[in-house]
Design a protein around this ligand. Structure first.
Ligand SMILES: NC(=O)NC1=NC(=O)NC1=O
Length: 245
């Protein structure tokens, strides 16, 4: 059996639960989802500053998962915060939900659109497209202009805005698939795929299946070169716990 550590980099338990439920709904029968979030940090991640704060918590969770011997780690925030640092620390695969969703979209359509939360996080999504080499595959990016935690306020307003933006994107962007740009949207993808009749992709689900695939192929994070374990040095104070030895 497989154990996949699902890390919500923000500290909102409700969002962790939404992702965990979606992850478990697509996981293979023998796959266990261990859903965690940092003990301290930001309740939502909505910019470069929040991502910097969240990265320490992500690394602490990666270390804990590594010590627990998990078979893979998922960074479940659309900025993929700390992804490469996490890959240095980890032995098992580390998948970010943005890269996972983007990869799947490129296998299903020649162009995809992204629907995310606040306009200021569009820049972060653009940076990831550049980093992953998907700029030419992304036709357009849209924001619902609501904060991340509006997805958890129970009003359904954010969910309706996501739906409206997806419908508009399908009509206007000339893209054949849509990537949902927030971990908190994980539970919306399947219904929207049916209603819009195009692939609407959630990165949490995509990442679960990618970790399962990599595990089945016995492929793990390369430790040759820049993703080798961090050089050993006396980390001090709150960072001491990140020493691998
Ligand atoms: N673009 C985003 O909404 N990123 C996110 N912030 C969070 O706290 N979780 C996300 O997925």
């Amino acid at each position: 059996s497989l154990c996949i550590q699902l890390i919500n980099p923000n500290t909102s338990q409700a969002m962790t639960e939404v992702m965990a439920q979606t992850a478990r709904s697509v996981a293979a029968p023998q796959t266990h989802i261990l859903a965690v979030c940092p003990e301290e940090g930001a309740p939502s991640i909505e910019g470069h500053f929040d991502e910097a704060i969240a990265t320490l918590g992500v690394l602490q969770q990666i270390k804990a998962g590594r010590d627990a011997g998990v078979d893979g780690h998922i960074i479940a925030c659309f900025g993929d915060p700390g992804l490469l640092a996490a890959r240095e620390l980890a032995r098992a695969p580390v998948i970010g939900i943005a890269e996972a969703a983007m990869h799947l979209a490129t296998m299903l359509a020649t162009r995809f659109s992204i629907v995310t939360t606040l306009p200021r996080t569009l820049t972060i999504a653009r940076h990831l497209l550049h980093q992953y080499g998907f700029e030419r595959h992304c036709a357009a990016l849209h924001a619902i202009d609501l904060p991340v935690l509006s997805l958890e306020d129970g009003s359904g307003l954010a969910q309706e805005k996501v739906r409206e933006q997806c419908i508009a994107a399908k009509k206007s962007d000339g893209s054949g698939a849509i990537v949902l740009g927030c971990g908190g949207m994980a539970d919306l993808a399947q219904e929207l795929t049916i209603e819009l009749n195009i692939p609407v992709i959630d990165g949490v689900s995509a990442a679960v299946k990618m970790v399962e695939s990599l595990a089945a192929l016995r492929l793990t994070t390369s430790k040759h070169g820049d993703l080798d374990y961090p050089l050993e040095k006396p980390l001090s104070g709150r960072f001491a716990g990140l020493n691998l030895r």
